[in-house]
Design a protein around this ligand. Structure first.
Ligand code: NAP
Ligand code: MG
Length: 409
């Protein structure tokens, strides 16, 4: 069989533990036989990061900037326990944080919708994609705990020496204070990324905040979103029949539950933290049925699975046990990356291949009712077979071959 050619390479970022094992299997069985893969390979195995003083991570991020599109396997973020386990020089920082920072990206998390995995919210038919702002709010906030009645003031001093002071309400007795900030440019990048994602994927975009109460902070977010929408996206949205809507955050929650899904929900940092976990579990509950894509306003793109390295399964696999770890998140990391490469290069064959592979995965679970144990736990009966990771990949491959036969010839 003739393999699909690629015009430009993608960046392939390998990772750790069970995710790494599955990464290899998926690549060998579901990608390489069909695609003449052009990839620049970066091995972010925790030992390689250690040997290179984490420079490999920096180089991988630079490669994504250079080539535009990357796919990433889950990686260990070392803590004290991991430093001991892998005999590391130190607890290197999270590769995801390093890469996200370098790319200035926004993370989009979306569920893989399957007919036999019914969402907890019965109206939901289409994915809700949560776009989480990755800067500011309480994550870089500061706090004070006070013991006596007193007063507090927020002072802003500019580099040219201008000062603005605002008083807090009178403080009666012991209590706590918190202050946090954001930056216009970061909010603007976030708005752009969210709106662009909606446009590319033909989804409406919602942004929710509480500008009626937070008249400066949240109001600034609302203002910037509106401005970016009107100056950069309105025409294209209208042409595509899409909508951008601002809702008060409580209204957004209520509407989301009544909706049938099918939109991008852009959230402030904290809201996204909470909403992404809520939406993920309400859509079915398996972390492996989530995709995670990073878009930056400069056009850099990275896809990965939403789950981690699946450590517990890895230890069992090391002992020679066959595990039923779900490779769907990893397969979708590959398909989304290849699809993005294909779209950018005008390579229709590659786009069709990526979409067909996703269809083959769905067919395996929905029609054949063959699945890994995590999906079997949440799927509607009947379940025909609960299989190991390798058996699942084989089943997907059989469906892929059938679908490609129909489609390409
Ligand atoms: P995890 O890999 O997300 O797995 C947690 C649990 O979720 C697993 O033990 C398993 O439950 C279930 N699970 C997750 N993915 C699954 C899959 N594909 N198939 C079946 N079940 C799945 O988190 P972890 O094992 O606690 O963390 C391991 C390492 O991952 C950590 O070192 C962390 O730093 C790293 N991490 C990396 C990323 C990333 O690179 N994007 C993200 C998160 C965590 P059962 O054991 O009950 O079956
Ligand atoms: Mg969270």
């Amino acid at each position: 069989m003739r393999r699909i050619q690629m015009d430009r390479p993608i960046v392939e970022i390998d990772g750790d533990e069970m995710a790494r094992v599955m990464w290899g299997w998926v690549k060998e069985k579901l990608i390489l036989p069909y695609v003449d893969l052009k990839a620049e390979y970066y091995d972010l195995h925790v030992k390689v990061r250690d040997e290179t003083d984490d420079q490999i991570t920096v180089r991988a991020a630079e490669a994504v900037k250079r080539l535009g599109v990357g796919v990433k396997c889950a990686t260990i973020t070392p803590d004290a326990e991991r430093v001991k386990e892998y005999n590391l020089k130190r607890a290197w920082r999270s590769p995801n944080a390093t890469i996200r920072e370098a790319l200035d990206g926004t993370l989009f998390r979306a569920p893989v919708i399957l007919r036999n995995v019914v969402p907890a919210v019965r109206f939901w038919k289409k994915p809700i994609v949560v776009a989480r702002h990755a800067y500011g709010d309480i994550y870089s906030g500061v706090g004070v705990r006070f013991e006596e009645p007193g007063e507090a003031e927020l002072v802003y001093r500019s580099i040219s020496g201008k000062e603005v002071r605002v008083k807090l309400p009178k403080l009666e007795g012991p209590g706590v204070i918190q202050a946090y900030h954001n930056i216009d440019e970061s909010i603007r990048s976030f708005a752009r990324a969210s709106l662009r994602y909606g446009l590319i994927n033909m989804l409406d975009v919602w942004f929710g905040a509480k500008d009626t109460i937070s008249k400066i902070y949240d109001a600034r977010f609302k203002e910037i979103f509106q401005e970016v929408y009107e100056t950069e996206f309105k025409d294209e949205f209208e042409k595509a029949g899409l909508r951008y809507e601002y809702y008060l955050i409580d209204d957004a929650y209520a509407r989301a539950v009544r909706s049938e899904g099918g939109f991008v929900w852009a959230t402030k940092n904290f809201d996204g933290d909470v909403i992404s976990d809520l939406v993920a579990s309400a859509f079915g509950g398996s972390l492996a049925l989530m995709t995670s894509e990073l878009f930056s306003p400069q056009g850099y793109y990275l896809s990965e699975a939403a789950h981690g390295t699946v450590r517990r399964h890895y230890y069992r696999w090391l002992k020679g046990e066959k595990t039923s770890t779900n490779p769907v998140g990893i397969i979708f990391a590959w398909t989304r990356g290849l699809r993005e490469r294909g779209r950018r290069d005008g390579n229709r064959e590659l786009v069709v291949f990526a979409e067909t592979l996703e269809e083959a995965v769905k067919h395996t679970i929905e029609e054949d009712k063959v699945m890994t144990q995590d999906v079997a736990k949440v799927a509607e009966p009947p379940v025909n077979a609960i299989v190991t990771t390798e058996e699942f990949i084989e089943a997907v491959k059989r469906n892929l071959d059938k679908l490609l036969e129909k489609r390409i010839r």
